[in-house]
Design a protein around this ligand. Structure first.
Ligand code: OAD
Length: 257
């Protein structure tokens, strides 16, 4: 157990974190659902989390989709519909500004499927768990960006000669991550001097494994979260507060010496 968060710690730790970040030649950021929470996208775990009160295996596994694809699509269609009403928040924007600062010495690795980093203007993004905007045909494998258009409960492939059932192009429990993306994320972590870990409970692997990997290669780890997490013991500094406030403050300190 970690001691309760003292808000005064943030005033003390933000300048320390800014010093570390400023001196980093290469920066990698790992984000989770918390970075989108202030946009109105529910997180997965904890009070009001998506997995709270619903059984993950009923909607987020390949077996669930085989058993009842319409039920699974209804769940993801609701998520897609909610995304029509949300906008990137100042946390996403601060991450865009960090990419601009470090350029090709910066990589953003996200577990989020909401596409909000791209919408905010991030370009160097590795999406570990796919993206809710995309569909994948279960018959021909074609991947398409369908944006947030309504798809119905049993959407079929837009290639009429195929007509296979579509699925969301996201990673479910018990599935492998998209080819190459995890390798690229590991390379980004191994090559960085500082890993900023934002808004993730650090409970889902292999994504969470990137944090001990950073520690192993001697990169500084800075955690930004509302509360301490499973990653806290691996972090050099923890900045506890909403990422939509903490990240802009951190960014603001970067230009001061
Ligand atoms: P979780 O829901 O597990 O964790 C969200 C984290 O965000 C928690 O640690 C919260 O304390 C923190 N948080 C909430 N609001 C915040 C805020 N305003 N500012 C900063 N932090 C905040 O979400 P993930 O760690 O992203 O996978 O979950 C990982 C994966 O589990 C997801 O990608 C998803 C899920 O199953 C798939 O769907 C494959």
């Amino acid at each position: 157990m970690h001691p309760p968060v003292d808000p005064h710690d943030l005033d003390r730790d933000l300048p320390r974190a800014a010093d570390i970040l400023r001196s980093a030649e290469r920066v990698t950021i790992l984000t989770g659902a918390g970075v989108s929470a202030e946009s109105g996208v529910p997180t997965f775990r904890g009070a009001d989390g998506l997995w709270e009160g619903s059984r993950v295996e009923e909607v987020a596994t390949p077996r669930a989709f085989e058993r009842d694809p319409a039920l699974v699509w209804r769940f993801y269609n609701l998520r897609r519909e909610n995304l029509r009403r949300v906008e990137p928040n100042p946390g996403h924007q601060a991450i865009v500004a960090m990419e601009q600062r470090w350029g090709d010495r910066f990589v953003l690795v996200t577990q989020n499927v909401d596409g909000l980093h791209g919408q905010a203007g991030s370009h160097r993004v590795l999406e570990l768990h796919g993206n809710l905007h995309r569909t994948r045909c279960t018959r021909c494998g074609m991947i398409e960006d369908r944006g947030l258009e309504p798809l119905g409960d049993m959407p079929s492939c837009s290639d009429s000669a195929c007509d296979g059932l579509l699925r969301p192009d996201i990673v479910w429990f018990e599935e492998m991550l998209p080819e190459g993306v995890l390798d690229s994320a590991r390379l980004a972590v191994v090559g960085c001097n500082c890993l900023l870990v934002v808004g993730t409970s650090a409970m889902v692997y292999p994504a969470a494994g990137l944090i001990p990997l950073a520690q192993h290669v001697g990169a500084a780890v800075i955690e930004v979260n509302l509360t301490p997490t499973a990653a806290t013991d691996q972090a050099d500094i923890g900045l506890y507060g909403p990422s939509g406030e903490v990240l802009p403050r951190l960014l603001g300190l970067l230009d001061r010496s």
